[in-house]
Design a protein around this ligand. Structure first.
Ligand code: 5RP
Length: 219
């Protein structure tokens, strides 16, 4: 990955610190952009009470920088969730799950009053779908779900060797042009065997921070 993209991710991650209210518990997502956020949070850790993590990888990283990690069941909802995305539109619809943590990410999104998404500008698109859509499935239903997904015009590919934190499989659906993200998310959620669809549209991000070559755009 180029230093240019890392600098953009870092700018978006740094800008997300401004959304933290002192002394609160925050939700933290997964991925390389979020890793920059966690590094920054480490220096800012006295301002947060604790974090709720979306994945085992993020839990380990948060603890390594000295941030306490709580189970979501131990807190009464969250004021703020910070996470990255694989693709984002200016309507703040997202494709997520490239890092395989989509189920934890969707649960924390549902629990959070505000979802601030941090991306570099290469991830901003007019129409979602160039990035293959991750769909987490119960392992025994993998081929059943793949056949159903193919009826939507996509080409599901099993992400072999990937077992999610919840013990499930992931299908990456290539060649979709997602014209109506909330409708597709709703439909795919009805397929028996689907655990989580990597479309975040029924509940989009509330704020999109886009790291650019010169600063951060706020959408
Ligand atoms: C993980 C995710 C990540 O947010 C997404 O993959 C973006 O990752 P990165 O910041 O490394 O590009 O959804 O499941």
């Amino acid at each position: 990955m180029s230093a240019g993209i890392d600098a953009k991710k870092q700018r978006a991650a740094q800008a997300a610190l401004d959304y933290i209210e002192d002394g609160t518990v925050i939700g933290v997502g997964t991925g390389s952009t979020v890793n920059f956020f966690i590094d920054a949070l480490g220096k800012y850790r006295n301002h947060v009470r604790a974090a709720v993590s979306s994945s085992n990888a993020t839990t380990a990283r948060l603890r390594a920088v000295g941030v306490e990690v709580l189970d979501l069941n131990e807190v009464d909802g969250l004021g703020l969730y910070i996470d990255g995305a694989d693709e984002a539109t200016r309507a703040r619809y997202l494709i997520k799950g490239g890092g395989g943590a989509l189920t934890g990410e969707k649960i924390i999104t549902a629990a959070a009053a505000r979802f601030v998404c941090i991306v570099d500008d290469a991830k901003v698109v007019a129409t979602l779908g160039k990035f293959p859509l991750p769909v987490e499935v119960i392992p025994m239903a993998r081929e059943l779900v793949a056949r159903r997904l193919a009826t939507y015009g996509g080409r599901p590919v099993w992400r072999e060797k990937c077992i999610t934190d919840s013990g499930n499989h992931i299908l990456d659906v290539h060649d979709l042009t997602i014209k109506d993200p909330p409708a597709l998310e709703h439909e795919l959620n009805q397929i028996t065997g689907v655990v989580t669809v990597g479309l975040f549209a029924a509940r989009p991000a509330d704020v999109l921070l886009i790291g650019t070559a010169t600063g951060t755009d706020v959408v």
